[in-house]
Design a protein around this ligand. Structure first.
Ligand SMILES: [Zn+2]
Length: 289
């Protein structure tokens, strides 16, 4: 009897030790390929070598307007932390100069980065007149699609927070309605954003520190009602924000990784509806090798 009790205590301590030593690093191991197919979701059976999170929250980091000065750091941080990131590129920016072309190619080659469509012209920043010509909008998105050789139809409208994905819509801008409809008819998934890490319009640097922004994100995430899809939060950032110094972005990712329930996801997996996630411990142990 005593032996059995001892065995149970020993087993429980091993489980506890594993839980604590692996906490915070769980997001890394699943993004080993561009298709992110290693992530196990919807697994119902709970085995001894698995860890279950019952109330997972999914965070998507999406960077707009690249390639620009700053993209090199986004690319490096995705690689360093092995976390998925989405970049919404502007076709015109790719062809602006050799450096930006190189940044774009680096994005495409990075297994942690998904490249999505933010139009070719960025509406030349004349949003209202751009959206009143739906056929031109479609042509502009198709132009980027073809010239950049994009392999997916995830897109974000320039200058407008519009969603149209899996038959669900959110659009407060009357003038974009027809264009959004046409794009979805042609297979585009329009992804807006739930929260923005805002930047100073002059310097382009982030306004909030990573702790301040994290607090806002947490609050927003917990008031589930404000999200386009519950438990899923799409964060908008811009490539130039961390062009001089990427430490705030790195600190933010490290902070996210200490939250056991928070999982950074690529937009190709948006939205995750089942927030019960099962991890395989075997994969957790060879973290950041
Ligand atoms: Zn933009």
């Amino acid at each position: 009897m005593l032996k059995l009790l001892f065995a149970i205590i020993l087993f429980l301590s091993i489980v506890m030790i594993n839980l604590f030593t692996q906490k915070g690093n769980h997001t890394n191991e699943f993004y080993i390929s561009k298709s992110f197919e290693e992530l196990d979701i919807d697994i119902e059976k709970l085995q001894r070598e698995e860890i279950t999170i019952n109330n997972a929250k999914f965070i998507y980091l999406s960077f707009d307007d690249g390639p620009l000065n700053g993209s090199q750091n986004i690319n490096a941080v995705a690689q360093k932390y092995q976390v998925p990131m989405n970049v919404m590129v502007v076709g015109e920016h790719v062809f602006m100069n050799a450096t930006q072309k190189k940044y774009f190619n680096n994005y495409k080659q990075n297994p942690y980065v998904e490249v999505n469509n933010h139009s070719f012209s960025h509406a030349n920043n004349q949003y209202y007149s751009f959206y009143t010509k739906p056929q031109k909008v479609l042509k502009d998105f198709n132009k980027s699609m073809n010239l950049l050789g994009l392999d997916n139809k995830i897109a974000r409208l320039p200058g407008r927070n519009v969603w149209a994905v899996n038959g669900k819509e959110y659009n407060r801008h009357k003038e974009t309605k027809e264009a959004a409809k046409l794009l979805t008819q042609h297979g585009y998934k329009l992804i807006g954003w739930d929260i923005e890490w805002q930047y100073n319009r002059k310097t382009k640097y982030p306004i909030d520190t990573h702790q301040e922004f994290f607090a806002k994100l947490k609050k927003h995430l917990e008031s589930n009602k404000k999200l386009f899809t519950p438990n899923n939060i799409v964060v908008l950032l811009h490539d130039p924000m961390f062009r001089k110094d990427s430490s705030e972005l790195e600190n933010f990712i490290e902070l996210l990784q200490t939250q056991t329930d928070y999982i950074i996801m690529p937009l190709s997996r948006y939205p995750v509806r089942n927030n019960r996630v099962v991890y395989h411990k075997k994969k957790l142990t060879n973290n950041r090798s």
